[in-house]
Structure formats: structure tokens, C-alpha cells
Write a protein that binds this ligand. Structure first.
Ligand code: HEM
Length: 139
């Protein structure tokens, strides 16, 4: 893939995470609160002990994969196809797996408030469609 020019404007997806980071040091509680409200069946899916670490790590790796998928595609994005298969094995349907990306988008949108731009909205809509297609292909 072509190298990004030095003066390229930041990708709206990247920008949405950067602005969120300025407002909130850790997205983990917000994302999982939203996930548990939208999909109550997920509350009991995480182990009773040590789940904070697992949840934090799952979110961090997912964000890394999103940024790579939206940007350079140097490899981290492949996690999405790998994990869709392993999650299927422990009871997370493909639909639910995919829903996690929209939960992240909605968390950012609410956090950004007035700073959420139409460019970000469009980039996220397109990304969610692309991820849906990508995750449908066996790894
Ligand atoms: C709503 C959707 C999802 C649910 C309910 C879910 C559920 C889980 C659960 C229960 C675990 C912990 C398994 C354990 O205790 O060992 C886990 C781990 C993990 N999940 Fe998810 N997951 C979802 C979406 C995703 C997505 C979209 C990704 C990345 C693309 C992902 C990546 C991971 C990774 C990498 C781990 C291992 C974390 C670690 O131990 O370091 N998950 N997931």
C-alpha cells in the first residue's frame, strides 16, 4: 500500500479515537457498560475473576485492529478474522461479535458530542460495512 504523505489529514476514524482519548483516559468502562445494556446476555460471558484484564485487553486489541483496518493494513486488522472464528467457538455469534464495533463507535460519538463530525459519521458507517464483509470471510 502507498505510503501516507506527511501532510495527509488525519483519518476521521483515527481522529475520533484521538479526541476521545483527550476526554477520557480509559474507554473500557464506557464501552462495556454500553455493551451490557445493549446485549444483556454478554454480562455473564466474561469470567468472574480477572475479567477486567481480559476486557481491557480485548478492547485495546480491537481498537488496534480498527485503526489498522482503517489505515495502513499492516497486519493487526487480521485479528478480526481470527477472533471471529475463535469467538464462535466460545459462543459469541458473528452478529454479536460485529456488534462490538458499533458499540465502540456509539461510545465515541456520545463522548465527542459536538466534536463528532459528519466526516467521522461517514467514515464509521463505511468501516462498519467493510468489517461486516471482511468478518464474513473465513480466516
Ligand atoms: C460483543 C462482542 C464480543 C463478545 C461478547 C466477546 C467476548 C469475549 C470473551 C467472553 C472473552 C474472554 C474469554 C476468556 O475469558 O478467556 C474475549 C476475549 C477476547 N476477545 Fe472478545 N468478544 C467480543 C468481540 C470481540 C472483537 C470484535 C474482538 C476483536 C476483533 C475481540 C477480541 C478478543 C480478544 C483478542 C480476546 C482475548 C483477550 C486476552 O485475553 O488478551 N472480541 N471476548
Amino acid at each position: 500500500m502507498a505510503e501516507k504523505p506527511m501532510n495527509a489529514p488525519p483519518h476521521p476514524i483515527e481522529q475520533s479515537f484521538e479526541l476521545a482519548a483527550q476526554r477520557c483516559a480509559d474507554l473500557t468502562p464506557l464501552v462495556y457498560q454500553r455493551l451490557f445494556e445493549a446485549h444483556p446476555e454478554t454480562r455473564t460471558m466474561f469470567r468472574a475473576q480477572g475479567s477486567e484484564l481480559v476486557k481491557g485487553s480485548m478492547l485495546a486489541l480491537t481498537i488496534e485492529a480498527i485503526l489498522d483496518f482503517a489505515g495502513e493494513r499492516c497486519g493487526h486488522f487480521r485479528l478480526i478474522a481470527c477472533e471471529v472464528a475463535s469467538h464462535d467457538a466460545y459462543g459469541t455469534s458473528r452478529e454479536l461479535f460485529i456488534a462490538f464495533f458499533a458499540i465502540i463507535r456509539d461510545t465515541l460519538r456520545d463522548l465527542l458530542g459536538d466534536e463528532w463530525t459528519p466526516d467521522m459519521a461517514r467514515a464509521w458507517d463505511a468501516l462498519l460495512v467493510e468489517i461486516d464483509t471482511y468478518a464474513g470471510i473465513p480466516a
